[in-house]
Design a protein around this ligand. Structure first.
Ligand SMILES: Nc1nc2c(ncn2[C@@H]2O[C@H](COP(=O)(O)OP(=O)(O)OP(=O)(O)O)[C@@H](O)[C@H]2O)c(=O)[nH]1
Ligand SMILES: [Mg+2]
Length: 183
């Protein structure tokens, strides 16, 4: 859990080509848009750690945030326990247009949310479409039913929704970590 001198740790995970790196780069301030714009896909190897500073509340100071952009390749499964150590929040990213993602995102939910017994407010689901059309609400995969209040429907044009959604999520995560510290 976070303390004043430690970064909030957010793990971004989910199936291959779901949009994790596109979204992680954007929320960490490395790109001005979601995605590269040129559609070149480079699979993440293992995990990337992006550091940034965010203000988790409407008022108050900025806090350091680490975004852990995890590969969707389950060949890196042996790294998952180390990746999850000290996690404050998990963003589950998948593409509802890819039929296998409905099942696969359930596996990521089991390993990264259910198994470590995270609170629902420590998890944000992003159903991210690799298309420029407005993102319709899609049916939530059955495994994620308990997270129905924590889902964002986005695409590469959803810049403001991703910013607002991440700010709301970070506020929840920060409050949860502060509550835990006071216990
Ligand atoms: N239309 C469009 N597609 C993009 C853009 N940028 C990336 N993509 C595509 O979006 C998909 C997701 O890419 P990533 O964000 O790298 O996927 P990921 O979830 O990090 O994948 P792994 O690292 O392999 O787990 C890929 O099919 C990319 O080719 C973009 O600007 N526009
Ligand atoms: Mg990636």
């Amino acid at each position: 859990m976070s303390s004043n001198n430690r970064a909030l740790k957010i793990v971004v995970c989910g199936p291959v080509k779901g949009g994790k790196t596109s979204i992680a780069n954007f929320i960490a301030g490395q790109t001005e848009q979601i995605g590269t714009g040129n559609r070149i896909y480079e699979p993440t190897v293992g995990v990337r750690i992006l550091e940034c500073e965010k203000q988790p509340g409407i008022t108050g100071n900025k806090v350091p945030v680490e975004i852990w952009d995890v590969s969707g390749d389950q060949a890196f499964e042996s790294c998952w326990p180390a990746i999850m150590k000290g996690v404050d929040g998990v963003m589950l990213v998948y593409n509802p247009e890819i039929p296998t993602h409905d099942i696969e995102v359930g596996i990521w939910f089991d390993q990264f949310v259910k198994r470590p017994k995270l609170d629902n407010r420590q998890c944000q689901v992003i159903a991210h479409r690799a298309s420029p059309t407005p993102a319709p609400r899609s049916r939530l995969p059955p495994k994620l039913a308990s997270l129905s209040g924590n889902i964002l429907h986005t695409n590469f044009a959803s810049v403001s929704q991703v910013i607002t959604g991440f700010e709301d999520f970070l506020r929840e995560v920060h409050q949860a970590s502060m509550t835990q510290l006071r216990k």
